[in-house]
Design a protein around this ligand. Structure first.
Ligand SMILES: [Zn+2]
Length: 380
């Protein structure tokens, strides 16, 4: 049994997790997984402020002085703001905002970020060379066969759309994650990455070699598949969060239980020492009061930790993406099979070749009774 499942299983024993001191401390000073400053959070805040037209300058002790954009000046009723990121700072300069995912200022920023999606158009710059020198040999192993020389065809540009979303967890310790879903020409989901930007690509502003506007039906289809993917993602994240958030909630309930059990015991002990029989009614009453109070407080704790997950699209990026076809022959004696796969030229990365026998993408191809087959086909 892994240490994790042991910990999860022992509901009664105090969990060996970092203790959250008191429930009051949770407000404004998030602990647990958001305890120390997260570099991704700072990056996200910085990028969002810049995209929203704010001017960000470094200030002492890792703070930021931010000249707000006009829209944000109106929304937040101030021209500039000092942002403090260090959660260990004992005091914050007058008027400054403590910027953490769960702080009041952090929430304010997240709320502003969710108002309207931004739209940009970008071109993914082609890598040189556009494909590995040994072609498919780089990604697909062979047995009993040899690869011929790869031939990369001309580069063309395909339209892709990246959907940028934040998945926010409200309740208990608010938390937020960035995701980007890249959708291809046919509406197929090509990638989903836990990042604020499409990874491993050098972008240039504007669409290269791609003039026409998007067709409305195509846009609908893209949006549809992105929505399904984002909802799936949110469900996956929620399942994981339910476990981590549930642990923190149970910890708090446990401390509450220990506190009230002790008080009820003290109360009963006090009553016993008086040893007056006609006060039996009162003793019963006091214990009942405490039990009611305990229940009320426990219900509050449960409510405060109740989780709500929200997915919001904050950005759309239309991409002009370089692709090319790569042709390469597989040989073994009299067997010659020509394979053709699309290459992501922005990353210099070919797709896996399809097995000539079953048509499925294959990481390994073998010679099988005068044919070329993948490991699955050859086993049959
Ligand atoms: Zn196959």
């Amino acid at each position: 049994m892994s240490p994790t499942s042991t910990r999860r299983g022992s509901a009664k024993k105090p969990a060996r997790l970092p203790k959250v001191k008191m429930p009051e401390m949770l407000e404004g000073a998030p602990r647990g997984e958001t305890a120390s400053e997260s570099p991704q959070w700072r990056t996200y805040v910085g990028r969002w402020l810049e995209m929203s037209g704010c001017k960000v300058e470094s200030a002492p002790r890792g703070d930021w002085e931010v000249d707000l954009s006009e829209a944000l000046q109106k929304r937040w009723r101030r021209q500039r703001v000092r942002m403090v990121f260090d959660p260990a700072r004992p005091t914050v300069p007058r008027g400054a905002w403590f910027m953490a995912p769960g702080s009041a200022a952090g929430r304010r920023l997240l709320e502003a970020a969710l108002i309207e999606p931004m739209f940009t158009r970008r071109t993914a710059l082609a890598q040189v060379p556009g494909a590995p020198a040994d072609g498919l040999a780089k990604i697909c192993a062979v047995r009993g066969l040899t690869w011929g020389t790869p031939r990369l065809g001309p580069v063309r540009y395909e339209r892709r759309v990246a959907f940028h979303a934040v998945i926010t967890r409200w309740g208990g310790l608010p938390w937020q994650e960035q995701w980007v879903v890249l959708v291809g020409t046919g509406g197929e989901v090509l990638e989903r990455d836990p990042a604020s930007q499409v990874p491993d690509v050098r972008p240039r502003e504007g669409l290269y070699q791609m003039g026409e506007e998007l067709e409305p039906e195509l846009r609908e289809r893209w949006l549809g598949s992105a929505r399904v993917t984002l909802e799936e993602l949110a469900r996956e994240r929620e399942k994981e969060w339910e476990v981590s958030v549930g642990r923190l909630r149970d910890d708090e309930l446990e401390r509450l239980g220990a506190f009230f059990s002790a008080r009820i015991e003290e109360e009963e002990e006090r009553q016993r020492r008086r040893s007056v029989h006609d006060e039996h009614e009162l003793e019963h009453g006091d214990a009942t009061q405490l039990k009611l109070e305990w229940e009320r407080r426990a219900a509050e704790v449960r409510q405060r930790w109740e989780m709500r997950t929200e997915v919001r699209l904050w950005g759309l990026e239309e991409w002009s993406w370089p692709v090319a076809d790569l042709e390469q022959e597989l040989r073994s004696g009299a067997v010659h099979v020509k394979l053709k796969v699309p290459v992501d030229v922005a990353r210099g990365l070919p797709s896996l070749p399809n097995c000539p026998t079953c048509g499925e993408p294959a990481e390994m191809l073998v010679r099988d009774r005068g044919h070329v087959a993948c490991a699955n086909c050859a086993d049959r």
